[in-house]
Design a binder for this molecule. Structure first.
Ligand SMILES: O=C(CO)COP(=O)(O)O
Ligand SMILES: [Zn+2]
Length: 215
């Protein structure tokens, strides 16, 4: 289902935010969600808001230049979201969570920073693809925007070191599905630690990328 109208998008952010929070995919007031509007502006979840208890009417509304139009003060990661959108003209939504297993992977000392999780399953390749690690920054540091430049154009998802995933999608639903798939694959990766799991081959990955483009 494609949802583009602003009031439907406000409703969808609220419903999916609650769904993510209720399933423990982000805790407290962590995480944030944004969607691109048809006029070039954005809806962003307010800073310090619990994703489980959003009020559609208070979601922050920004214009195409990132200026606040109405609603509560937007997430402190506004820079990060806008930097991802700038590199991904086809992405319509971004989800950032502190999902436990993804965060755990982001803290490991020996992961490949160009590819944090191997292609263990077809759905991981279809929804997430290759996942680079962004070096640690303070939450809300405007330099995070610069840090994702050059990565976000090639990757629909990035993993912030010692923090959590940031995932773009061609719709909010797609970004949520990808974030869920990333979290489950991070869980599998940790479960399989030390067991030398067989990942998909380069040919199998290439076939999936060709058959199921993300955005
Ligand atoms: O996850 C968060 C920061 O990285 C939450 O910040 P906000 O409450 O400002 O959205
Ligand atoms: Zn965060």
């Amino acid at each position: 289902m494609s949802v583009r109208n602003e009031s439907q998008l406000r409703e969808q952010i609220t419903v999916l935010g609650k769904s993510l929070f209720d399933r423990g995919l982000t805790m407290g007031s962590s995480g944030n969600i944004s969607v691109r509007l048809e006029d070039g502006g954005w809806l962003m979840t307010p800073t310090n808001a619990c994703l489980g208890r959003l009020d559609p009417a208070r979601i922050s509304h920004l214009d195409a230049q990132g200026r606040e139009i109405d609603g509560d003060k937007p997430t402190k990661e506004t820079f990060l979201h806008m930097a991802m959108y700038a590199e991904r003209p086809h992405s319509q939504a971004i989800v950032h969570l502190h999902s436990t297993h993804s965060v755990a992977v982001s803290c490991l000392p020996d992961i490949d920073p160009h590819d944090c999780i191997p292609p263990l399953t077809a759905y991981y390749v279809m929804r997430v693809g290759r996942l680079p690690l962004v070096p640690y920054h303070l939450p809300g540091d405007p330099a995070l925007g610069d840090a994702v430049q050059g990565l976000a154009g090639k990757h629909s998802a990035v993993l912030l070191a010692n923090h959590g995933p940031v995932v773009a999608g061609k719709s909010l639903e797609a970004a949520v599905y990808a974030t869920e798939e990333l979290e489950e694959t991070a869980k599998l990766f940790l479960l399989l630690h030390g067991r030398n799991p067989r990942a998909l081959t380069e040919e199998q990955v290439a076939e999936l990328e060709a058959r199921f483009p993300r955005d």
